[in-house]
Each structure stands twice: as C-alpha cells, then as structure tokens.
Design a protein around this ligand. Sequence first.
Ligand code: MAN
Length: 520
Amino acid sequence: MVHTKWCNVYCSFGIVLSCVVISAHSDISRPRGVSVAKASLYTPTKDFTCLDGTVTIPFSYVNDDYCDCFDGSDEPGTSACLNGVFHCTNAGHQAQNIPSSRVNDGVCDCCDGTDEYASRELCTNTCELLGREAEAEAQRLSELLKAGSVIRQELIEMGSKKQSDMAEQLSTLEQDKAEADQIKQEMEALKNEIEAQENEALSSYRAAEEEIKQKKAEEEQEANRKEAEIIFIKYDSNNDGHLNREEVQTRNAFDKDRDGEVTDEEFKYFFGEENESIDFDYFVDHVWPLLKPFIMMEQGIFHEENNVETEADEDGGGEDEHEDLGLDDETEGNEELEEQEDRVLDLQSDTKYDEETQKIIDAAREARKQYTDIERKVREIESNIRNIRENMGKDYGRHQEYAALDGQCFEYEDKEYVYKLCMFQRVTQKPKDGAAEVGLGNWGEWAGDSSNPYSTMKYTNGIACWNGPSRITTVHIQCGLENKLLSVTEPFRCEYKAELSTPAACDPSRATNQAVHDEL
Ligand code: MAN
C-alpha cells in the first residue's frame, strides 16, 4: 500500500534503509535510536504497537524510513517522523534524546556520532573527552557545594537566631506598647483634669483680657476721632464747625486723581450727593474713612517732596502743600496711636498671674508635654512592631537561610549603569552620566519553579517604563562561596535579569535530589 510504495521509491533512489537496525552499543538488542529503558517495547518477533497505543504495525515497519505512528515512535532511528525521538547512548558521557528529524542531517548532535550513521566519518566520538570534562565540572560543583554548604549552615543559624530575636523583640515591644498605652491613658486623664483647672483659673484673667481688648478698641476709636479732629479743624478755615465746598476745594487730599483740581465729582465722592456743608460728626463717620487713605498717600508723597524741599520752596508751592495737608499733625497722630497699641500689647504679654494660677499653668504645660511625649512614644513602638511583623512575615527560605541577607546590598557595574540589589528591599539602576537613579523593582516574591521556588526572586513595581509598564527585575540565584551580583542585563525593555551567587543557595540536599532525578 502507500507504505510499500514509498518504501520502494526510496529504495529505487538507492537510499540506505536500515529497516530494523539493532544497536551495537548495548547488550540489549534494540532498534537504532531506542533507549535501553524502552527496548522491551520493541520486540522483533512481535508486531509493533506505536507507543501512544493507536496503531499496530508489522515490526519490519520500524525504522523503515516511513512514518506510521502519530507519535513518531516507529521511526526512532530515521528522520521520517517530525515528532520522533532519537536516543544516543553517548557511552562515556551522558545519554541524550534528540529530535529524530536531526538524524543524518549532516550535523553531529550526539557526542558518539550515532545520529549521523549514514556517513560515519563525519563525526568523531567526543564522549570520553566531554565525559571527563563533565566529571571535572561536576567535581568542581560538588566541592563548591560542599564548601558553600558550610557557610550556608552558618547563614541558617544566623537566620533562625534572627527569627527568634525578632520574636523576642516583638513580645518586648508588645509589652512596652501595653505599658505605654496605659501611661498614655493616665497622662490624658491627668492632662484633662489639669487643663480643666487651668481653664477655671484663667477665666477671671480672660475677663480681664477681654476688658483690655475692649479698652484697646475704644482707645483706637478715640485716636481715630482725634486724628479726624485735627484734620477737620485744619480744614475748617472759618472755624464755624462745618466744612463746605470752598474750604476743601484747595485741599489736595480731595483731589483723588491728582490733576490739580477738586472736581464736583470728587467733592460728591467725599461729601455725598446732597451735602454742601457737613459737621464734625458726619465728617468722622462718612468722610474720614474715605479721606484717610488719601491723606496717608499724601504723607508718603510729602516725605518725597520733603527730600527735595529746597527745590519745592524755590517753586513757591512747597510750603503751601505742606500746610494744606496738615501733615505734621497727622504724623503726630499716628505716633500717638502706635504708642497706645504698644501699651495694650505690653499689657497682654505681661499678664502676671497669681502664684497659684501660675502653678496650675505650669502644671498644665508640663502635663501637655508629657502627654505629647508618651503619644510620640506609642507611635514609635507601633511603627517598630509593624516593621518587625513585616520582616517576620517574609519568606527567608526553607531554613531561613536568606534571613541574614535581608537589607544587604550588592552592586554590579556595566558600561552605562551601576545596578544595586538590596536583598528583600529593592533593585536600582544609577546611570553613570549622573542622571537620577531609577527603581527597577521592590521586593515581591520567590518565583522559582515548584521544585525549587528559592532559585529566583522577583522585584516588581519599579518606576514605570516610558509609555509602558512598571520595571521588573528577576534575580536568578546560584550557589557561590560569596554573595555577589554577577551580572545584570535587560533582555526586554524595562525587564531586567540579574544573576546572584550566594552560599545561601548551596543546598546539599538539593544536589542529591537533583542527581537522583537525573538518573531516573
Ligand atoms: C532608561 C533605563 C533603561 C530603559 C529605558 C527605557 O534609560 O532605565 O534601562 O530601557 O530607560 O526608556
């Protein structure tokens, strides 16, 4: 059928077909490309059932260079099946399984050269050499593991001591907190009690202070009235107790826009729409509040003009201006006001309390201080408790072997950057050109596979990549006699890969397990 037809075609092209070639490398006879472990599934005296159990074919179809099985198991020694597997024994080194598609492809994949059996001279058997090298490497690793595991043992002891120290610290801190909370409560009660006494004792002084404030307000009002009076008398040229349009027409303070004349509009602004003449009471209540800012302004202008007094005098207008505004008197008024204010302020800050009240005030101040101190202490203890709990919650390895490394930092430098890994904290990247440091991730989790979760650390949530996600760093850990950051690379943009060697990873039990696993 189809099988036979294709077999015939190949044969007619003279292709060497070893339909059932029995391996010469082992005592157990088996078709080419089959491992010793699977030899019993290929019995020449019986039909062959594909290893996936789907099809049974005459044994002569095995390795006949035609693919009959879906799983490729009938062609382990030819490249006929895309999914077949060729097993090389590699005597002297490690046995190997390669895709059977590489059989006789002109490339030596197996160190014993059995995958290129069509042209024997193509491959030299390098298994002995590789075996010796591998053995030497294995020996080196085993010695490294042995020496490293001694240091690891110390790390384990440090780790468990750290854990028990933390547990002890935590219980001490919890006791401290309970005590501090108690003291805080007592201090608060004491403070409230003394503050109540202080309030009570100060109430009479408060009344006195209120009185002083009142007095000050009255004095201010009086001073203001006095100032207004000085100006009023000055402007009331005919001394009739009223100011009229004519009397203010020559006063610069009424010339709001300083254009040299008091217009009707300006006059009405100060006197009101209807008034031609006003008495002192109206002046104090309505005109003075509007006029005072202009007089103050004039006062400033006066000082400037005063500096150029000679020039103004020469113009003949200087004295007039001065007289018009009555500024000497106004300045006097201001000084008087300032003196009064000073007196009131002195009175307030100099308040003398009787001995008993002073004692209460001092006691209240002290109680407040003590309460603030104990409150701060409680907060400090709480923060320490939080930190310890956070550290106690961290996974430091199966035997706490990584605990002593928490917080230790290791650096690696390449051409552009200095990378820093602070264990269980963060990874950073500092550009050598002086630009700002970039966070490449904060401690996240262990991320090795289930057989060894402690082989890989993940630091996540670093500074966001421009137009992209947050930076992350994966740290691959290997056994080494010292803690050292061996390399940091960026295989994908903003995804960093670091290699760390540490004695903490020199776990002898894992080496045995691994060896047993490989043999199987
Ligand atoms: C900085 C560095 C690089 C990163 C780019 C992404 O230059 O953090 O590692 O690839 O930003 O923009």
